[in-house]
Design a protein around this ligand. Sequence first.
Ligand code: NAP
Ligand code: MG
Length: 504
Amino acid sequence: MPTLTAAKKSPRLAARSGRPAPELIFGDLWEFDPAPESADPKLKARYELFIDGKFVAPKGGKYFDSINPANEQKLAEIALAGPADVDAAYAAARRAYDGGWGKMPGRERAKYLYRIARLLQDRAREFAVAETLDGGKPIKESRDFDVPMAAAHFFYHAGWADKLDYVAPGRKVAPLGVVGQVIPWNFPLLMCAWKLAPALAMGNTVVLKPAETTSITALKLAEIFQDAGLPPGVVNFVTGAGEVGAAVMNHATPAKIAFTGSTEVGKIIMRGLAGTDKKMTMELGGKAANIVFDDAPLDQAVEGIVNGIFFNQGHVCCAGSRLLVQESVAGKVLAKLKNRIRTLRVGDPLDKNTDIGAINSREQLDKITALVAAGVKEGGGMFQSPCTLPTKGFYFRPTLFSGVSMSSTVAREEIFGPVLSILTFRTVDEAIEKANNTAYGLSAGVWTDKGSRILKMSTELKAGVVWANTYNKFDPTSPFGGYKESGFGREGGRQGLLDYCKLV
Ligand code: NAP
Ligand code: MG
């Protein structure tokens, strides 16, 4: 933590006239000196495909650039896979499965997973910096959440690998075979771990495509697989954009496909696979309600609301993007929220003090900007942090919309950015009705002093996760997944393993 001696008066505050409102808190009064993380991310100039345990050039000889969204500078070149490379990756995965991974005793597979987890811990700082550079998230998140949680998923599933007889008590389980996986850009390394660890623990082999804008940490993870001695072909990475994802999902080889991304692309994939006997899990979009009752500890709730929507620039499928607040405390909560938002530090993601980093890509920034413009046009009352944004790179101010109706664009559509819509309710039933009035159903939050109300809400809310008096808490032991258009299947916990096996 920066110390007071490293702090100086904020020019922002000095420029304001009059006395600060009594509710303004410490962070608004002070700016910290820059505290950039300095670990070496050990990036290569060029990253090849990872197939059959080796880094190989794409057959088409093409590469694309991965940039740092914080300053728009090129970080590395990434291989562009073509259909022949996807074929080669699946052939390698098939050989690895038939050649022993699938039949290997679970306790042996566990050793590889433990090794991977430990090697990731050894290189944690390096991975955190690489993740922040490539994706734009604040270093404190990649350092304290993404990388440790990725290691935790490998540890947790290593623990399961020799206990698979307990995944479905009374039944025997067997791996499915080869699995195809496609992941998005919001948690690049964590999504890799989240998808790979249960698949491998169960004895499957994998072909995975990371998102185009964030492939680097997956390819660094491939270095760890080599160091861990993971048999060739057990995991293969093919990189590129949506066409490569489509080739991975539609290939004849995999017995199962697992997808995390938008509902729109999820539907395209499901249409393509309709009529096949492939198993599927889909982790799709969300528009979560964070519900604050008048008996909630309001300061704690405000922290939870801020964490719920501004964590990772709102690039979170389960972001609490709709705040439902009980009418009697709505004015108070809004005032507290505005004050808190003024204190959020937006800027250099590598700075340890940064709360909100860069938006992942220009495309995503344009999408957020367009949705916010629609919100303004529809008459929502908008408040944005007065912070100064860096001149280079993709940034968006933390934004609130108050006085919006259920039908407004910002209350309905997934924005996937730091934008919160605020609606009010009077009764418990109205809160439930409004929270469930969405096509999605991934997560929800409830803030109240009453245990009985928490139980009622968690029963009535049609959401895969309901957090009570907290938000955005994850653990490898907890199954995660959606209702309705947020997808199906679960990841994490015993339930997640069930989606990577067949009962025999
Ligand atoms: P997206 O556009 O659906 O992309 C997700 C992945 O699919 C990327 O790797 C993408 O490639 C690839 N892809 C694109 N078109 C494809 C196609 N026709 N066939 C197969 N793959 C294709 O989603 P995104 O914008 O990257 O990610 C944000 C979305 O993910 C949000 O909706 C969010 O809610 C959702 N998400 C859900 C969860 C969950 O657990 N439910 C978790 C995280 C994110 P390129 O991007 O490289 O082109
Ligand atoms: Mg990038």
